[in-house]
Design a protein around this ligand. Sequence first.
Ligand code: 13P
Length: 251
Amino acid sequence: MNRTKIVAGNWKMNKTFDEGLELAQQITNKAKNASCKVVMASPYIHLHALRQVIGKSDTVFLAAQNCHHETKGAYTGEISVEMLKSIGVDYVLVGHSERRAYNQEDHKMLAKKVNLVLQAGLKVIFCCGEPLTVRQDNAHIQHVKRQLRESLFHLYESEFDRVVIAYEPVWAIGTGETASPEQAQEMHKAIRRMVENSYSEACAQATTLLYGGSCKPSNAKELFSQPDVDGGLIGGASLKADDFMAIINSI
Ligand code: 13P
């Protein structure tokens, strides 16, 4: 199956404006001929400048790490999807475990964000994944199933071609502990089955599933070689152009 392959870098709360610009310039130049789509999810303050750096590209794309769940109004300090759209953002990350944990983002709020992103014509990278205790209880697949059912599976099948799902086990994020290729494949296969059961086999086969959690140059190739792993969502290793490029070139 020729699914779209994606390697996305989530910079999280890193890089001053100048540092971010330099990183984006390096990645845009080096990734010109990448064999997958490359996405940079920078902090909000970089997005407008990064749009100019990337220009029009079929390979390199721009993502926001979050958006607000209401369309506009008295929400001091927040950023709406329409604002992101107005500066040419392509993707929005929704449901990252750090936002679920530190900003109390629940299933209902995430469903609202997904709806707004898709209504604006943008694409969503929806993050899911279980904490360590849930995996220890062997309830990881049920946990992810609930996350998808509550925030994503209300969509129409026709909207699903603008949905990317990123599986990020919480215990593997920023810890240096990666899911084994077998653990990643088990979950990705299960997620694809969930999409098939909610929509269709064709929809499931066409949906891009990314793995995230301590993915680095040394383990990317093995992870990406799993049949249901279509790329990665990279945190720490996306902050250095050479490491990020090595991961991109592992696909
Ligand atoms: P690390 O690659 O730093 O573990 O982060 C993964 C992640 O959370 C990407 O969204």
